[in-house]
Design a protein around this ligand. Sequence first.
Ligand code: FCB
Length: 437
Amino acid sequence: MPDFPAGFRWGVSTSAYQIEGATTVDGRGPSIWDTFAREPGRIVDGSTGDEACDHYHRHAEDTALLAGLGVSAYRFSIAWPRVQPTGAGPAHAAGLDFYDRLVDGLLAAGVDPVATLFHWDLPQALEDAGGWLNRDTAARFAEYADLTAARLGDRVKLWITLNEPFIHMSLGHGIGTHAPGRMLLFDAFPVAHHQLLGHGLAVAALRARTASPVAIANNYSPVRQVGDTDADRAAAQAYDALHNRLFTDPLLGRGYPDAPGLDPAVIHDGDLDVLAAPIDVLGVNYYNPTGIRAPEEGSPLPFEMVPLDGYPRTAFDWPVAPDGLRELLLQLHDRYGDALPPIQVTESGCAYDDVPDAQGRVDDPERIAYLDGHVRAVHEAITAGVPVTGYFVWSLLDNWEWAEGFTKRFGLVHVDYPTQRRTPKSSYAWFRDLVRR
Ligand code: FCB
C-alpha cells in the first residue's frame, strides 16, 4: 500500500439506530424507524432496532475496540429523539448524557469524535406533523443542532449535519422502502429542499457554538450508461442529476441542477443562500456505481436501473467497483473545482455472510480485498490532485441494516446478536495494520 499524506484521518462509521438499542431507555422518544420497523413486511427478517448491538450499554467495550484498531476518528450519529423526545422543546439531559459519556470515552482513548446529527431517525412527533415534507422541520433541525452543540461542541472534532439526504428522500419518501415509507416518487422533492435548508440553518447554529469544522455526508454513485442511444444518454443524465448533483450543486453555490421532479414553488427567496453556507469538509459515502438506460414506454421514471455485468458482487448483490470511487472523486473535483472543500470518504464498506469457524475466528478475505481496492482508489485520486483527507470504513460492527434487518453484515467486528459477543474479523487486523503503517 502506498503512503498517505501525514495527518490523513482513518476512521470507522456507525449510526445510532443501527447499533444503540435501548430505544425506550432514559426517556428516548420514538423515531420513524421504530414505527416503520413494526409495520408488517417492512423489514426482511421482521426484526427491529430495539436491541441492535446494545451499544447504548456496551459503548465502553466498543470504544476499546476502536482503540485497539488504532483509528484516529470514530463517526457515530446522535439520535434526535434522545435529545428532543418529541422533536421540540428543551434538551433532554439524560439523552445528551449518553453522548457525553461516549465522547469523553473516545477522547480518553485518543479517538476524535465525529458526530452526525441526522442519520434518518426523525422523532415520530415531527413525522406526524409532516416530517421533512413540512418546511418547519428545517427550523426544528437547526434548534436540535444548537442544543446538541451547546453540550458537545467543545469536544466533537467534526460535525456532520445530514447523512445521505438523497437516500432518505428516495428510499424513504420516493419508493417507500425505508422509513417513513412514503411512495411519492418525484413529489418527494420538498424532502430534498427542506433537508438542505435544515442543513444550512444547522451550519449557522453550529458555527455559533463551536469552532470545529462542519460537513455533510452525501451518497454518490457514478452512473454507467448502458446502451448508446440519445434516450440512454438522457436517462443517464437525469439519474446523475438526481443522485449526484441535486444535493451538491446547491450546497456548493450552483443552485439546483435541472433534475426530474424539481418544484420551484418549494424554494423560497433567500433559501439558496442559506443552504450554500460554506462547509469545511464534504463527506462522500460510496458503495457502488449504478447502471442506467432509457426506460420502457410508459414507465413512471425517466430512467431504468440495470445490473452491471462483469463485477464481483457483495452479499447485498452490489457490484464491487473500486474504480468507481476514483472516478467519482475525480468527477467531483472536475465538476466543482475551487468550490470543492476537502473531501473525507465518510462511508465505504461491504456486506458478506461472515460466519465464525470452529475456533470462533471470522475470516473475511473478500472484505480485505474490497477495502484494499477502495483505499488504493482514494490514493490514486489524491495523486491526481483531489483533496481527500480521510477515509472511514462502514462499519465498526455488524449491525441492523435498515430494511435488511440483521441479514447483512458490514462490520470489521462480528456481532453474535443473541449473546452480543464481539469478535474482530481478519479485516479488523488488516485495517489496524494499515492504520499503524
Ligand atoms: C448507507 C447508510 C448506512 C449503511 C450503509 C450500508 O447508505 O448511510 O447507514 O446502511 O449504507
